[in-house]
Design a protein around this ligand. Structure first.
Ligand SMILES: Nc1ncnc2c1ncn2[C@@H]1O[C@H](COP(=O)(O)OP(=O)(O)OP(=O)(O)O)[C@@H](O)[C@H]1O
Ligand SMILES: [Mg+2]
Length: 347
């Protein structure tokens, strides 16, 4: 839908440009006619004074007619132009409303290594966007720019814009802790804390100042349910998190991220270390979560990207090569390099 809106406003903008040019061409032509006519009019005027008032009258009339006509058409052009301009603006606003994360000309250097090159990418609200590409192409780096996790790495230089809901997250006055609360992250290797299952999930809400035991219990239960692990752990809430299986620990980490009600969840290969059953559970869960959360997922598993994502972005050597609806990327990619990657010719 969003791509449709973006294209609509783009094409409408082109139509406007053509229209403006047409209007100018039209006016120039009219002006020529008028000049010619004025010339013949003045000639006639001279002759007319010689005793042919009827021809003078005819010429004045036709000149008058031409002028009215020019003005009318020109006004019509302008009215159409303004209306289309307005329509273009409305469509573009609708498009912007649907954009959760907007990145523009993003460049990132780790000292001398440039990991991202002019990446411009818009990520839609409540959709799953998959980032794919060969190892070292900048997927994780891009992901980390969305919640400013790269800030924690020494020697990182970032240029460009990253906006969430239209606000520049690298701008002045941005509270990074608040930002990371809004933008949760799940890593490739589950990173459960050395605490009980309950305390893992209650950790974020406690830090946010929630102390009431009943409220905490409620949040822990809801988060574990949303992460599709409640039934497996409801009788093990006081057990050490490390006693859970790898797949369960990963879903526990997702529950922990959900407990602070994030608007966006970034997932860096969340299922790459899991068996097919746990992977399927994570995929189902991701699908369920997108009703209320925007999800950006990095994966090397192209089948998984095709299965779960709405949009897919292909990265290569720090550049965004192609972004499109996943169906289009996996069936009819526009760029030859995307085609080569998805058909396994490199990477
Ligand atoms: N902390 C760091 N310090 C220096 N260079 C780094 C750091 N992290 C990543 N890089 C470099 O930045 C580039 C992009 O790395 P990144 O981890 O974003 O790739 P990736 O696409 O996630 O790869 P993979 O699929 O293997 O996880 C690589 O050349 C990598 O060596
Ligand atoms: Mg990575």
């Amino acid at each position: 839908m969003n791509t449709f809106l973006k294209n609509m406003s783009k094409y409408l903008y082109y139509i406007l440009l053509i229209l403006k040019t047409q209007e100018n061409v039209f006016l120039c032509k009219r002006l020529n006619v008028e000049i010619v006519n004025t010339h013949s009019f003045s000639k006639t005027l001279k002759i007319g004074h010689g005793g042919r008032p009827d021809s003078l009258y005819r010429n004045v009339n036709s000149l008058h007619f031409l002028n009215i006509n020019s003005i009318n058409i020109s006004i019509n052009f302008t009215i159409l132009y303004i209306n289309l301009n307005f329509l273009c603006l409305i469509i573009y606003c609708l498009y912007l409303i649907n954009i959760k994360i907007h990145t523009d000309k993003l460049n990132l250097h780790y000292d001398k290594v440039q990991a991202l090159k002019d990446v411009s990418l818009d990520i839609e609200s409540n959709k799953i966007t998959a980032l794919i590409g060969p190892s070292g192409c900048g997927k994780s780096t891009y992901l980390r720019t969305i919640n400013r996790m790269n800030d924690l790495i020494q020697g990182v230089k970032i240029k460009g814009t990253v906006k969430i809901d239209g606000i520049d997250i690298y701008g002045k006055g941005i509270d990074v802790v608040k930002l990371r609360r809004r933008v949760g992250m799940v890593f490739q290797k589950s990173n459960a804390f050395p605490k009980s299952v309950f305390d893992n999930v209650a950790y974020g809400p406690k830090i946010n100042g929630i102390k009431n035991k009943n409220r905490l219990t409620e949040i822990v239960e809801t988060s574990l349910q949303r992460a599709a692990i409640w039934n497996e752990v409801k009788d093990r809430l006081n057990e050490f998190a490390f006693s859970l299986s790898g797949g369960q620990q990963q879903r526990l980490c997702i529950a922990r991220a959900l407990a602070v009600n994030p608007e966006i969840i970034l997932m860096d290969e969340p299922a790459s270390a899991l068996d097919p059953i746990s992977t399927a559970k994570i995929e189902e869960l991701i699908f369920e979560l997108k009703k209320s959360i925007t999800i950006v997922i990095v994966t090397h598993n192209l089948q998984q990207a095709a299965r779960v994502s709405d949009f897919c972005a292909f990265f290569l050597m720090g550049e965004l090569i192609e972004l499109g609806a996943s169906k289009q990327i996996f069936t009819a990619p526009k760029d030859e390099r995307t085609q080569n990657y998805i058909t396994g010719r490199f990477g």
